[in-house]
Design a binder for this molecule. Structure first.
Ligand code: ATP
Length: 308
């Protein structure tokens, strides 16, 4: 008897912003130690995993021309890593629908890798816990682990060691997408260049954790900070105008997300976010704006039904 073909699995996975990003000095191995606070926001990619005799990957949606549709795609690498662990052939097709800006500092590629791990382990009924998947995630990239869990979390090491942070309150954000992207390694190199021989300035994480526990967006606004911002702004000076325009439009604070060039603006509530987004969209300092809230959960199966 032929084995039944399992129904496709669709996984939804969020983008991240960094509420706090402290970058340590350049290490001998070329990496930097990080202390960061990840915050998952409601911009999503969807990844569908389909059993197939013609394995491969297709990419749809925003910025597809910049996303590799071959074995170098991080989501496909996730399939290979899990297939190896399960001792199976990677006989699946991946369909990616991008809603997270590409090369925007929102970890879209890492999100897709996390979604592929969750989707494939569901399709193959591997019964792996998120903690077991996180071991594979850490092999794939420093932001993949967080995309599995979502929420708000402190990340250390290269960002792959995750401890969840209690933040019961929803925060409202306006996300300004830039026209081009920035390469993360190039932004780190620019930070090293700007720092020269000076040691990194202190950026303690405690104020942001206290503000998250309290839930008041005004207090949180005062504690946001990103060491990579000066490097991103140095590479794209127009970002200074974008950051200024968001605050002029009524945001409590704005910061570059991760390595940029996406900017995230914290607002006092949902209505304020709508006002800020409308005004920011009108002043022509970014490609487009989105409204988002956070925290939201990490990679989750949203559809796994046999066709009717
Ligand atoms: P980082 O996580 O390094 O901060 P980012 O969030 O700025 O990156 P991504 O959208 O993850 O940016 O893309 C970074 C690079 O990875 C791009 O050059 C892109 O071509 C490549 N890439 C590989 N796989 C994917 C994917 N599934 N989605 C988007 N980009 C991908």
């Amino acid at each position: 008897m032929l084995a039944a073909v399992p129904p496709p699995v669709t996984v939804r996975v969020p983008a991240k912003i960094n509420l706090h990003l402290a970058v340590g000095p350049l290490r001998d191995d070329g990496y930097h130690d990080l202390v960061t606070v990840f915050h998952a926001v409601s911009l999503f990619d969807e990844v569908t995993v389909v059993a197939s005799e013609a394995p491969g990957i297709e990419v749809h949606g925003e910025g597809v021309s910049e996303v590799p549709a071959d074995e170098t795609n991080l989501a496909w690498r996730a399939v290979q890593v899990l297939a190896e662990k399960a001792d199976r052939d990677p006989d699946v097709r991946l369909v990616l629908r991008k809603g997270i800006p590409v090369s925007g500092g929102m970890a879209g590629g890492s999100a897709d890798a996390a979604a592929a791990l969750v989707g494939l382990s569901t399709l193959w009924k591997l019964d792996l816990t998120r903690d077991e998947l996180s071991v594979l995630a850490a092999e794939l990239g420093s932001d993949v682990t967080f995309a599995l869990y979502g929420g708000t979390a402190v990340g250390t090491g290269r960002g792959e060691q995750i401890v969840p942070v209690l933040s019961r309150h929803t925060q409202h954000w306006v996300i300004a997408l830039h026209r081009g992207g920035l390469s993360t390694p190039a932004v780190f190199r620019e930070l090293d260049r700007l720092r020269g021989d000076s040691p990194p300035a202190e950026r303690p994480v405690e104020p942001v954790l206290e503000a998250l526990a309290g839930g008041d967006p005004r207090q949180l606004a005062l504690s946001l900070g990103n060491d990579l911002q000066s490097a991103a702004v140095s590479m794209i000076p127009d970002l200074r105008r974008t950051l200024r325009a968001g605050v002029t439009a009524g945001a409590l604070a704005g910061l570059v997300s991760g390595s940029g060039p996406t900017c995230a603006f914290l607002c006092s509530g949902a209505e304020a976010a709508l006002d800020v987004a409308t005004e920011l969209a009108g002043v022509g300092v970014c490609r487009t704006v989105r409204i988002a809230h956070g925290p939201v959960p990490g990679a989750r199966v949203v559809d796994h039904e046999p066709p009717a």
